[in-house]
Write a protein that binds this ligand. Structure first.
Ligand SMILES: [Zn+2]
Ligand SMILES: [Zn+2]
Length: 318
């Protein structure tokens, strides 16, 4: 039973995220290790005092919701709000039913899914929103961009960047991921274990280097390649969560003298999730990323498929 102001949601689809795998391995550093944060479903019960949602509503509830009132929120850095990582759905998205706290609901963290949107598309809202936030803050139209990491979020970035007339180069070291990236046709694909990624980026840009690199991986090697691939004055956006103790052997004088910037992007807020919903509804490319679906009872197989790179986006169903 939901408490006052809460919702209970019946999960219909929940994306398996790279961070879920990191949490299971104990490598994740960004927040508490609660599994399943890309869930869409149907409201099965509403708590006392809830008038904005009713039983049967199709929804996407965001797991982390900022306060929108503190200094950090008002500065535009709302995913760094104290409350952002403290709020969560319980016990997470990989369960038949989960509870949405009053905080998440009352602060606008729950979106109604339009009838035309499938639950599977709803499960893509959170990762696409995180990518959109990074791109809205750090990318400009028509640039040459290296996306380091061809996992699901790397390919989501590639779709969004392609829609901005950017020239996209995607790199990875995993053979199945490289193969899938080629098949998606979202940009030039490089094997970072063989190709000289910085040199290839320079060759694409009359010797300059990429304008921007988005590191959709937590790997130190990918970060180093990104730093080497951007032009003077270029930007490296850390998007994947680096594991604890990731110390870079990088000469900071090179960063300074080449005027490079290292920026980060974490999470998504209400505006990002609303924008993601619209983008997913109008661009069918995102659905092509879902290659595997597993019911909750076969969760272990889902993890195996995702961890091995055999699957692109994995979606868990009830
Ligand atoms: Zn995620
Ligand atoms: Zn705040």
């Amino acid at each position: 039973m939901p408490g006052p102001g809460e919702l209970v949601v019946r999960m219909e689809a929940c994306g398996l995220c790279g961070t879920d795998l990191e949490k299971m391995r104990g490598e994740y550093t960004a927040s508490m290790p609660l599994l399943g944060h890309e869930a869409a479903g149907v409201v099965s019960a509403v708590g006392e005092g809830v008038s904005d949602f009713k039983e049967g509503d199709r929804v996407f509830p965001h797991h982390h919701v900022p306060c929108y009132g503190c200094y950090i929120c008002k500065s535009g850095d709302d995913t760094m709000c104290d409350m952002y990582r403290k709020s969560n759905i319980h016990p997470g998205g990989f369960s038949e039913l989960f509870r949405v706290p009053k905080w998440n609901r009352a602060k606008g963290g729950v979106l109604l899914l339009p009838d035309a949107l499938t639950f599977e598309q709803g499960a893509l809202i959170e990762p696409v929103a995180c990518c959109l936030r990074a791109i809205n803050r750090h990318a400009r139209n028509g640039e040459t961009v290296l996306v380091a990491g061809a996992g699901p979020v790397g390919l989501m970035h590639a779709i969004l960047l392609g829609a901005m007339q950017s020239k996209v180069v995607i790199s990875d070291i995993s053979a199945p991921r490289l193969e899938f990236a080629e098949k998606m046709g979202l940009g030039q694909v490089l094997d970072a274990s063989k190709d000289d990624v910085p040199a290839r980026l320079r060759a694409e840009t009359q010797g300059r280097g990429a304008d921007l690199a988005i590191v959709a991986s937590g790997s130190k090697e990918a970060i180093m390649q990104a730093l080497g691939s951007v032009r003077r004055g270029g930007r490296v956006c850390l998007f994947g969560v680096p594991s604890r103790g990731s110390v870079l052997g990088y000469d900071i004088s090179e960063l300074y003298n080449a005027g490079k910037q290292m920026v980060t992007s974490y999470g998504a807020d209400d505006a990002d999730t609303k924008a993601a919903l619209r983008v997913i509804a109008s661009n069918r490319e995102f659905e092509r990323l879902v290659t595997h679906r597993f019911p909750l009872a076969r969760f272990d197989e889902a993890v195996e498929a995702a961890a091995g790179g055999r699957a692109a986006k994995v979606v868990i169903t009830p």
